[in-house]
Design a protein. Structure first.
Length: 248
């Protein structure tokens, strides 16, 4: 299972094996940097959720959520799908500051707080990236999505930096900055982590969360830039809105 708006497990492994020399001025080579939707448009089948009368919450299955995830055919040539990785319980982010406790909790979480169903899919654009992870968390209602979005935004604005530990490579101080979010989905919010000291100095990680009805869409990009996040958000939100219809 991937992590909620954090370094997915498959991509975290890539830190050790393919990004050991990553720095602010590294040459990214010919790896694709902006993932626009593919020109080939597959037929989309909408999934309309139902409301559980016992709880009043929208009920969505993992199978239905998966239908809204991007496929490899939705991305340009040069990308490949990463194998799913099991959650080993590791918590790569730490902090000594009480101001950053909530953000670290979210970054280390395997799913969004209150999620009823969680699915994800990861892609890479080559050994040097970009690495992109897409995820859905079914929260049961539009207000619950809005509430989590506000809590995450508050956590980011309260925290100037966190520490990231990579097994066998020590710790890197990651600066936390809010970004202007790509305008896709409902109330999108974006932020960036940048390595400012330690073995991963210069490494950039950008992330976005946005609402699609009662579902939280999360996107994370490792070894890419804001243009990659923008294009990924457009592709993912467009498909999700077409597939994950509001409850009836």
């Amino acid at each position: 299972m991937t992590r909620f708006v954090s370094f997915p497990l498959a991509l975290a492994a890539a830190l050790t094996f393919t990004l050991t020399a990553c720095g602010g001025g590294d040459d990214k080579g010919s790896a694709p940097q902006t993932p626009p939707p593919s020109s080939a448009k597959p037929t989309l089948t909408a999934v309309t959720a139902t409301v559980d009368p016992a709880t009043g919450l929208v009920a969505r299955s993992e199978a239905d959520l998966t239908k809204g995830l991007l496929e490899l055919t939705d991305l340009p040539s040069g990308f490949s799908r990463e194998d799913d990785a099991a959650d080993d319980g590791s918590k790569p982010f730490t902090t000594p500051s009480s101001r950053c406790k909530t953000l670290v909790k979210y970054l280390n979480a395997s799913e969004a707080p209150g999620s009823q169903a969680t699915v994800s899919r990861s892609f890479s654009g080559g050994q040097e990236g970009p690495y992109i992870d897409f995820g859905f968390d079914a929260l049961g209602s539009v207000p619950k999505v809005a509430s989590l979005r506000e809590k995450y935004a508050d956590a980011v604005s309260s925290c100037p930096k966190v520490t990231m530990r990579v097994e066998g490579e020590g710790s890197t101080t990651m600066e936390v900055d809010e970004l202007t979010a790509p305008a896709y989905g409902t109330a999108p919010f974006a932020f960036k982590l940048t390595g400012v000291s330690g073995p991963k100095r210069g490494l950039e990680f950008t992330a976005l969360i946005t609402g699609v009805n009662d579902v939280m869409l999360s996107i994370s990009v490792l070894a890419g830039d804001e243009a990659v996040l923008d294009a990924a958000a457009e592709a993912a939100a467009t498909k999700a809105q077409a597939v994950l219809k509001p409850a009836t």
